[in-house]
Design a protein around this ligand. Structure first.
Ligand code: HEM
Length: 690
């Protein structure tokens, strides 16, 4: 359950049940440690954490590395290693655990360690990775609850690269394990995934889904829809890695850096477990995983740039591999280097020669191993750390300096402004006692607009990958300030600018925006909101883009709730925030009629939703919301499909009914939800943390 509070208990029967069905992350409160912003978490060779899901204590990464290095070279009869090392196998495990991450909604990734469960473990691409997990069991048992599976898998892959001479930037620890694989259901195949975004032809899936083929981490190795045409594979590679948040440079460095190691497995056409005979039937040299067979370089347990060298050196020729699949080998006329007798490529490898940007990078890496090392180390770290969130969430002794993908923020000021004084200034605006730039243009009462600004700023937060949120105040910057939903927010910032300039030191925009929203809510009669300051202003970086791909408003509302990390009760309660229809109309946000009393925090909104009959109009707002008009009772009112989703969805509706009946209950749940959201991105204060 999200909040340990009396009201959460009051709502328990519905909230707990539905939270678990909707998102396993919300089953228990998982506090992050209280850590100062802008500092890597813990010093020494130890990382530690404390949460309700049983990850406690600390892990000595040096000792863990030693144990793993021994594990890599100790072959186990149930799944013997290739070339005297499990290193490449574990790199594949870490890659597949992390490669499910998608930027669209921050879902996927290794945080949660869900590759241990269905649906991920049953994906075709993850064949035989159950063996890799089994090999890790003794290490997991040794470190127990102090080491999550997510951290173990990612650290093992990173250590494997290092153990074979590859470049490593560092390690960001701090993943927490899920209890089951449910949070991966939206990745597909599942009814949830179908609702969020359909993939009518598997193999041609598009964003927000990550891969082109559900069940693959990346692209079809045999080529687009299995057609071994390298040219056709290029768009699949580009879109899949883009959905994962990778640019061309990172893509080429990752594929060739990864395939510096190991081999593909497809010893014969009979399939898994059936190749060979005798004691090594189906294992070792008779293993069948992908159904392709071969290695990319002559030295598959040693870091080199030979993948790129080989791509350029040989004339790759299509043939049918022993597993019956299309593969590529050097032409018969090619003069092979001594250890290259078994080098093979997949269609998706050869594709890198068939795109001008990829080809340029292949040439660069073939000629300059240092450039590859720099790019691979960075890209691997990004691949395996992306879903942990900002660098401030990374724990352990090997955390490198914050990277651009982590959207780092400046250090907080040594001394914060006197927030009581700021409150007093904000109150003057709300009571009409302050001179306002451009006064009159937005109407008289600014409270509803302050609340809207704070909400818009904070509601970018995603529990799925911990990006977004009010900290950084990126709502002032492009592209966020230009999003359709943020129309007019620049004008609200202008109103606040007089207060901002009064406190040149110690008052960030991010704090001011949140505080203004809270002062306005309290002024309108909300229970106290217990403001926490210390946010800073970003100079660059982006919050996650709006998710505009939903098929209807109900799906959008339910999915947004999950991505933000809310229970249904809190999600519904937050919809009652103050909003002034006339001001919103003036800002170009479309006519909506939530309440007749914009300066009072009330449950009017829910009453209006329930007590009217709504008929669709032809009006679609700038943000794509369909407008509905009340029919029958009193003065006509207008709402959108996003509002009506709260009564169309039966579970949401049950909370709408409760709140319409009980204004006090609404107050309590609202304050919990609002407070949690406003500090969701403050390390150490996170009630929404997974
Ligand atoms: C193995 C395809 C990207 C690392 C494999 C296998 C296939 C494949 C088919 C063979 C699995 C088996 O039969 O055992 C691809 C494709 C990619 C891609 C199509 C993208 C276009 C990557 C990336 C990495 C990586 C980004 C890591 C950074 C590995 C490693 C192995 C492997 C280390 C060897 C595993 C072993 O020796 O057991 N890949 N891969 N691959 N892949 Fe990739």
């Amino acid at each position: 359950m999200l909040f340990a509070s009396s009201i959460a208990l009051l709502l328990a029967s519905t909230a707990v049940h539905t939270a678990s069905a909707a998102c396993p992350h919300m089953l228990s409160r998982r506090d992050a440690r209280v850590l100062p912003q802008g500092h890597p978490a813990v010093d020494g060779s130890i990382f530690a954490r404390d949460n309700a899901q049983g990850v406690q204590g600390s892990v000595d990464l040096n000792s863990l590395e030693k144990d793993l290095t021994k594990l890599f070279t100790t072959s186990q009869p149930f799944w013997p290693h290739d070339f005297d090392s499990y290193g490449p196998f574990f790199i594949r495990l870490a890659w597949h655990c992390n490669g499910s991450y998608r930027v669209s909604d921050g879902r996927g990734g290794c945080d949660g360690g869900r590759i241990r469960f269905a649906p991920e473990l049953t994906w075709a691409d993850n064949a035989n990775l159950d063996k890799a997990l089994k090999l890790l069991e003794p290490v997991k048992a040794k470190y127990g609850a102090a080491l999550s599976w997510g951290d173990l898998i990612s650290f093992t892959g990173t250590t494997a690269i290092k153990s074979m001479g590859g470049p490593v930037l560092g390690f960001c620890g701090g993943r927490k394990d899920d209890q089951n694989g449910d949070a991966s259901l939206p990745l597909g195949p599942s009814a949830q995934q179908q609702a969020i975004h359909e993939c009518p032809i598997n193999g041609e899936c598009t964003a927000p889904l990550g891969p082109t083929t559900i069940g693959l981490i990346y692209v079809n190795p045999a080529g687009h829809m299995g057609v071994p045409n390298p040219v056709g594979s290029v768009p699949d590679i580009r879109s899949t890695f883009k959905n994962m948040g990778m640019d061309d440079r990172e893509t080429v460095a990752l594929i060739g850096g990864g395939h510096a190691f190991g081999k593909t497995h497809g010893a014969c056409k009979l399939g898994p477990g059936k190749c060979g005979s005798g004691p090594d039937k189906g294992i070792g040299r008779n293993a069948f995983t992908s159904g392709f067979e071969g290695q990319w370089t002559g030295t598959p347990t040693r870091w080199t740039n030979d993948y790129y060298v080989n791509l350029l050196k040989y004339n790759w020729t299509l043939f049918e591999g022993p597993g019956g699949n299309p593969q590529w080998k050097p032409a018969a006329t090619d003069k092979l280097d001594a250890d290259d007798a078994h080098v093979r490529m997949l269609t998706a490898d050869v594709a890198l020669l068939h795109d001008p940007v990829y080809l340029k990078l292949v040439k660069e890496y073939a000629a300059d191993v240092k450039s590859l090392e720099n790019d691979f180390a960075r890209s691997w770290y990004k691949l395996v750390s992306r879903d942990v969130g900002p660098a401030t969430r990374c724990q352990g002794s090997r955390v490198p300096p914050p990277q651009p993908f982590q959207n780092p923020l400046p250090a907080p000021p040594a001394k914060l402004a006197n927030f009581d004084a700021v409150r007093a200034d904000l109150a003057k605006i709300l009571t009409g006692k302050a001179a306002i730039p451009g006064d009159g243009a937005l109407g008289q009462y600014y409270g509803a607009l302050f609340v809207e600004l704070a909400w818009r700023s904070a509601a970018t937060f995603r529990i799925t990958d911990h990006f977004g949120g009010a900290n950084g105040a990126r709502i002032r910057l492009s592209p966020e300030k230009d999003y359709a939903d943020n129309v007019g927010m620049d004008k609200v910032l202008e109103v606040l600018s007089a207060v901002k300039s009064k406190y040149p030191d110690g008052l960030s925009w991010a704090d001011l925006i949140v505080l203004a929203g809270e002062v306005a809510l309290e002024h309108a009669g909300s229970k106290p909101l217990h403001f926490i300051g210390g946010r800073v202003d970003a100079v660059d970086g982006e919050n996650p883009a709006p998710r505009t791909y939903y098929s209807n408003a109900t799906v959008a509302a339910r999915d947004t709730m999950q991505v933000m990390g809310f229970t249904p009760a809190h999600y519904v309660a937050l919809a009652a925030r103050l909003r002034s229809p006339s001001q919103q109309a003036r800002l170009g946000l479309g006519a909506k009629t939530y309440t007749s009393h914009v300066d009072a925090f009330s449950n009017d909104y829910f009453k209006i939703l329930l007590q009217n009959h709504w008929v669709p109009t032809d009006v679609v707002s700038k943000t794509g919301a369909k407008q509905y008009k009340s029919d029958g009772y009193g003065e006509p009112r207008f709402v959108t499909d996003a509002d009506l989703a709260l009564i169309w969805d039966p579970e949401f509706r049950s909370f709408v009914e409760k709140f319409a009946q009980d204004g006090q209950l609404l107050q309590t749940v609202f304050v919990e939800g609002w407070s949690a959201l406003m500090k969701a991105d403050l390390v150490g204060h996170n009630d929404l943390a997974m």
